[in-house]
Ligand binder design. Sequence first.
Ligand SMILES: *[C@@H]1O[C@H](CO)[C@@H](O)[C@H](O)[C@H]1NC(C)=O
Length: 185
Amino acid sequence: MRTFAALALLAQVCQLALAIESAPYDLVNSAETYEERVYPAQKWVTTSHLSISHHEATNDVMFRKLFNYIDGQNDAAMKIDMTAPVTTLVIPGEGPNCENNFTMSFYVPAAHQDNPPTPTNPDVYIEERPELHDWIVNAAQLHDDLVAAGEEGVDFQTYYTVGYDSPFVIIGRNNEVWFMKNDMN
Ligand SMILES: *[C@@H]1O[C@H](CO)[C@@H](O)[C@H](O)[C@H]1NC(C)=O
């Protein structure tokens, strides 16, 4: 028990010490169980993967490719700081054999937004993400909450799963789900 408490404390201290740059957004509306946010148009570094299920292996493959980009696999051989969050767009059943299409992205730090180096891995590209209107989840029933609240124009077909912690953090994981509005931009 004591060891566990000590570990939990250590994990918290490490997270504070490793505070990293986050993608900017404006809070538009705060409901009891969710928030409406606007993310301004920004660049993200992105890679996609088709898979029948959303298992850890899919995440690992994508995370490694993006991590290699920030670790120097780019035309400037430049190291780029890790940012938060890591977003994964899920488009169910989009592949030729009804695979789900997973698209993972890291936010490009503000210092590199104007001129990010080009990825050398052809699977990885710089995504010009337009302004994004979305909601975050605090409860599993975000869908039901949005419907109950009468929110209109929400695209429930695709969604983002969003993580703020490195894959090495096992305590105090901080995750969100985002749905997007159809009628924005
Ligand atoms: C997967 O989705 C991404 C983002 O919409 C898209 O760029 C990519 O072409 C898709 N891949 C396939 C194989 O459909």
